[in-house]
Structures are given as C-alpha cells and as structure tokens.
Ligand binder design. Structure first.
Ligand code: HEC
Length: 142
C-alpha cells in the first residue's frame, strides 16, 4: 500500500516537473497593443528606418524593403569607429532569442557584451518599450 502511495507521489512530481518545463519554454504571449506600440516607437519616435531602410533615388524610404537594411549614404568627416552598413532588422534575424534582443535595446550591449558601432545609437529603452519594439520587429517578415 505504502509503495503505491509512493509511486503515485513520484508520478505526480514528474507531471508537475514536466508541466513546469512546458510552461517556462513558452515565450511570453505578445499582444496586438504591444506590436502597435513597437511600430509607433520604431517608425515614429526612434526612426530606425533612417538607417535600416533603403532609400529610393528621390531619397525617400523604399516601402518595398521596410527595415531590410541599407548601406549608409554618409560617413564621418574624421576617422572614427563607424559601421557603413545598417543590417536588416525586419524579423530580427541576428538574434536567436527575444531576450537577447530586448537586452540589447535596454543596455546598448549584445549578448557577447559588444556594443554596435556608431552611428547605431546605444538605446536605453525601458523594459516594456524594448519588449514592444522586439514584438513589432519579429512580426515583420525577414
Ligand atoms: C543613425 C543610424 C541608425 C539608427 C537611427 C538605428 N540604427 Fe540600428 N544600426 C545602425 C548601424 C550602422 C548598425 C550596424 C552596427 C555595427 O555593425 O556594429 C546597426 C545595428 C543594429 C542592430 C544589430 C545589432 C547586432 O548586434 O546584430 C540592431 C538590432 C539594430 N541596429 C536595431 C535598431 C533599432 C531597433 C533602431 C530603432 C529603435 C535602430 N537600430 C536605429 C544604424 C542605426
């Protein structure tokens, strides 16, 4: 009798453990409101497209390649660290996890402890804003 009870408890512990793994593996669900907030921050406040969206010959955003990366049209007048290419950020292809991208936008430093080179600004977004920006960028197709 005792051993049946023991086995039952063991089984219960196993089920709870498995459930915990499943629950913690699931990413935080993203709401439409967060995506809307992220699109507002990216396209109307931080203006990420100034560097990360290619321009037409008229100097306007190429709407067919939104946030798909661009070679910058300018460079510094004196030598300094400078990245002439702003990579594609639609879909955030350079980050394996949302957490890494959120940390990058909160601290200006990526998961390898490296900063992006100028002219990429070192953003210090609040956590909620970083989550929203990542939700929006992930919602775009790569
Ligand atoms: C003034 C130009 C400029 C603006 C504005 C800008 N970026 Fe960048 N960004 C760059 C450049 C240039 C790089 C490449 C830096 C490098 O190679 O080190 C870059 C790199 C990145 C990377 C890649 C980092 C990595 O480790 O792979 C991400 C993500 C990124 N930017 C996101 C954004 C977001 C989101 C915004 C708006 C909130 C933004 N950028 C605004 C110029 C800019």
């Amino acid at each position: 009798m005792k051993s049946i009870l023991f086995l039952a408890l063991l089984f219960l512990a196993f089920v709870l453990f498995a459930l915990k793994i499943v629950v913690s593996a699931r990413a935080e669900p993203v709401s439409d409101a967060q995506i809307q907030r992220g699109q507002y921050l990216v396209n109307h406040v931080a203006m990420c497209g100034e560097c990360h969206t290619p321009k037409t010959d008229q100097g306007e955003y190429d709407r067919t390649a939104w946030l798909q990366g661009d070679v910058l049209d300018y460079k510094p007048v004196r030598p300094m660290p400078f990245a002439a290419v702003a990579p594609a950020i639609a879909g955030l292809p350079s980050f394996a996890t949302d957490e890494q991208a959120i940390k990058f936008l909160e601290t200006g430093t990526n998961s390898l402890g490296k900063r992006a080179m100028p002219p990429m600004p070192q953003f210090r977004l609040s956590h909620d804003d970083a989550v929203a920006v990542v939700a929006y960028l992930r919602s775009l197709k790569r």
